[in-house]
Structure formats: structure tokens, C-alpha cells
Design a protein around this ligand. Structure first.
Ligand SMILES: Nc1ncnc2c1ncn2[C@@H]1O[C@H](COP(=O)(O)OP(=O)(O)OP(=O)(O)O)[C@@H](O)[C@H]1O
Ligand SMILES: [Mg+2]
Length: 257
């Protein structure tokens, strides 16, 4: 179930191993991620999903294996080149991670000021455009504390796409949101994917949301990639681990500790 053939993948994990001390977190994980699509990574808590994303942006190094981004092995890069490669990525952190002391406009402008030499006028235009793209036009002067959780997520997404990255990583975009807001974020992700055509890698615990946004689903379980395929194929699979996860049952091979 993990033999998806993806020509010219934008990201390729090849035999990746990662352990912390004696704890094996990823064991020989290989997977290719398709350009311009949404791949959702699922799996029980503690199976290495966040570690996967940290490896992908070079915040962690694997013990073995290669991680190619546009064909370039980022595990072997010097810090300077890695810094350049990181500009290909936009990231939505789990809690939105906005700077509370800055207004929304300054939050979205932050990566532009840090990584580009654009003029004040250009920055203001880009910020306005990105906020409009996430459905929040004109909120530049509000502060994060004045926003709802869903609005904060949207501002986080606007900031993640400010530098026009090729790849956007979302670590649990729905966490902490009520079901209605959660659905609104999924619809936004879906619409942005269609409009912008970027590569999205999403970590999610939310099963209905996963099926709403995913082109591909990868499941990590006990340090292994146990399933990877088109969302439809996984939905219909009779693998007991997948079934238990999708049916959100406490009974089955996945042990709830
Ligand atoms: N820097 C680190 N040092 C030591 N152990 C770590 C480190 N980062 C992660 N781990 C361990 O690796 C395992 C996987 O962590 P990870 O955060 O990737 O899980 P996850 O799948 O994202 O879980 P969740 O769904 O709860 O967010 C955990 O047991 C965690 O304690
Ligand atoms: Mg995590």
C-alpha cells in the first residue's frame, strides 16, 4: 500500500531513520511527495509526524537516509544553503505562533522584512493581498489578542504564504478549533490549493477534514510508514489499523495508552 509511483517528486524521503537515544521514531521511512498536491500525514500521537516535518525543513537531521527537496539532499547542506532552501517552505505552526506584540500587518510582513529587500509600499501590498487570500481583508491593525482562534490560524496561513513558498507545511491546522471553524479552515486550504497550485503537506488528527483536503494520505504507525496512497484508496482499504483510525475506535490493533 505504499508503492505510489510519483514521477519528479518535490520531496523524497529515502530510507530515513531517526532515533532519540534508544527510542526509534522513524524507521526506514521512504516516501515521495507529489508536486502541486495536498499530502496529509496521519497517525497516532507520538508516531513522529512533527519529527517528519522538522526533518523536512532541516531543523533535525536523520541518523541515516536522504531527504531530497527538488532533487537536493538537504541532509548534506551547509547552514547557508539550508537557509536558502528553507525559503521554499512556508509553515503554519500548531498554535498559529503569532507575535502578540505586533499587529496582524506586522506579523504577516515579518518574513518579508526578514528575507527580502522589498519597499514598504510593496510589503503593504503583499500583506493586503495575502490577508485577502485567507478571507481576512483589512485586519492589518488588529492585534492577535483581538482575534478568534480561527482568525489567528488564518493570519498564520497568510504569514506562511507571504514569501510565496513552493511548499506549505501545516502542523495540525484544525487543532483547538470548533467543528465549524475547523471546516472553514479545511475549505480555505482546499481553495488555496486550487488557486495557488502549491504543494501542501498537512499533519492532521481530524479524519473528516483529512478526506476533505487530501489528494494523498500517508500513515505513520510505530515508526513505520504503514500506508500511503490516494485518499480514496485508503478510505476503502480494509487494513485493520487504518480502519480503526478512520473509524476513531478505541478498539483494535492501535493501543490507547
Ligand atoms: N527533540 C527531541 N528529543 C527527544 N525526543 C523527541 C524529540 N522530538 C520528538 N521526540 C520524541 O519523538 C516521538 C515522536 O514525536 P512527534 O512530536 O513527532 O510525535 P507526533 O506524531 O507529532 O505526535 P502528536 O500527534 O502528539 O503531535 C515522541 O515520543 C517524542 O517524545
Ligand atoms: Mg505533533
Amino acid at each position: 500500500m505504499s508503492n505510489l509511483l510519483i514521477p519528479d517528486p518535490i520531496i523524497s524521503f529515502q530510507g530515513v531513520h531517526k532515533a532519540f537515544g534508544r527510542q526509534k521514531v522513524l524507521d526506514d521511512v521512504s516516501l515521495d511527495i507529489e508536486r502541486g498536491k495536498t499530502t496529509v500525514i496521519i497517525g497516532p500521537s507520538g508516531t513522529g509526524k512533527s519529527v517528519f516535518i522538522k526533518l523536512l525543513v532541516g531543523l533535525l537531521k536523520p541518523d541515516r537516509g536522504s531527504i531530497l527537496v527538488d532533487g537536493e539532499d538537504i541532509t548534506r547542506l551547509k547552514e547557508k544553503r539550508l537557509y536558502e532552501v528553507r525559503k521554499k517552505f512556508g509553515m503554519l505552526f500548531q498554535d498559529g505562533a503569532l507575535f502578540d506584540s505586533m499587529d496582524v500587518g506586522e506579523n504577516v510582513a515579518f518574513p518579508l522584512r526578514r528575507h527580502t529587500r522589498k519597499s514598504e509600499k510593496e510589503i503593504r501590498e503583499i500583506v493586503a493581498l495575502k490577508l485577502a487570500q485567507v478571507g481576512l481583508p483589512g485586519v492589518e491593525h488588529k492585534f492577535p489578542s483581538e482575534l478568534s482562534g480561527g482568525m489567528r490560524k488564518r493570519v498564520g496561513i497568510a504569514r506562511a504564504i507571504a514569501l510565496e513558498p513552493e511548499i506549505v507545511l501545516f502542523d495540525e491546522p484544525n487543532s483547538g478549533l470548533d467543528p465549524v471553524m475547523s471546516d472553514a479552515i479545511d475549505k480555505l486550504i482546499l481553495r488555496m490549493q486550487h488557486e495557488l497550485g502549491l504543494t501542501f503537506v498537512v499533519i492532521s488528527h481530524d479524519i473528516p477534514g483529512t478526506f476533505q483536503i487530501a489528494d494523498r494520505i500517508a500513515m505513520l504507525y510505530k515508526s513505520k510508514l504503514i500506508a500511503y496512497g490516494a485518499a480514496q484508496d485508503l478510505r476503502d482499504a480494509d487494513d485493520p489499523i487504518l480502519r480503526q483510525f478512520f473509524d476513531r475506535s478505541a478498539v483494535g490493533p492501535i493501543q490507547v495508552v
